[in-house]
Design a protein around this ligand. Structure first.
Ligand code: HEC
Ligand code: HEC
Length: 190
């Protein structure tokens, strides 16, 4: 083999090693599981693993990760159990507060719709506000149905709840000032 070929092989080995070490660390730490939509990623937190002799097996219970923080979180995070639990609870408390605000805004709109209907408003006059009511309710239900009380995707949950609050208030605004239509504040979803 000519010397140049050896050079390429040596260079190739170095590059391979660099990617290899990075790749190994990433794979070992399961870094990819936060970056995929692979349902197996759920199992990192929701199905704990235990060691039986030399084997790593699932403990076959799908449940709240907070019931076993050690197995669910500390495989990746070196924070204490208190710290991990505290972080989850902070995120959930913020979500709960914003959810309450969205619920109040929606109830305000529903009361105002009812009052208008009782004083003789026609379906045509209520149509725009009812459209906002449906949207506000759907966005709120979407966050509610997600189940983790805001832990899985806090920023996305807050964005959707923010939109829901906006729809409820736009509905009230539509009832109070039928013209002109004020839709500018509702951004289009990406
Ligand atoms: C980073 C860890 C993590 C990952 C990954 C994860 N979850 Fe969760 N999940 C949580 C936490 C924490 C809670 C809140 C538990 C609580 O409040 O008791 C939760 C709550 C839930 C709940 C509510 C039921 C319960 O046990 O409280 C469901 C359902 C759920 N997750 C489904 C999923 C699905 C489906 C996936 C994958 C697409 C997933 N999770 C991925 C951490 C995770
Ligand atoms: C498979 C490895 C893995 C598991 C298991 C895991 N995490 Fe994580 N976690 C990560 C990675 C990686 C990040 C950084 C992601 C990012 O920056 O977007 C992260 C980020 C976080 C953050 C945000 C930290 C910050 O400062 O912004 C919190 C909070 C968190 N995890 C809590 C938990 C809890 C609670 C559990 C158990 C229910 C858990 N994680 C399980 C890998 C994991």
């Amino acid at each position: 083999m000519r010397p140049r070929s050896w050079l390429f092989i040596a260079l190739g080995a170095c590059v391979g090693l660099a990617f290899g070490i990075g790749g190994f660390t990433f794979t070992y730490a399961k870094g990819y599981s936060y970056l995929t939509h692979d349902p197996a990623a759920c199992a990192n937190c929701h199905v704990a693993y235990k060691r039986e002799g030399a084997m790593k097996i699932s403990d076959h219970h799908v449940r709240s990760p907070l019931l076993n923080i050690n197995r669910a979180c500390q495989t990746c995070h070196k924070w204490s159990e208190e710290e991990l639990k505290g972080r989850v609870e902070t995120l959930q408390a913020r979500n709960q507060k914003l959810r309450g605000t969205a619920m109040d805004a929606l109830v305000d709109l529903i009361h105002e719709l009812k009052a208008r209907k009782d004083t003789g408003a026609t379906d045509a006059e209520l149509a725009e506000a009812r459209g906002f009511q449906r949207k506000a309710q759907f966005y709120l239900d979407f966050v509610e149905a997600e189940n983790s009380s805001g832990f899985h995707a806090p920023q996305e949950a807050a964005r959707i709840l923010g939109d829901s609050i906006n729809f409820s208030r736009l509905g009230q605004s539509a009832l109070r000032n039928p013209q002109p239509v004020q839709q500018t504040a509702a951004p289009k979803d990406p």
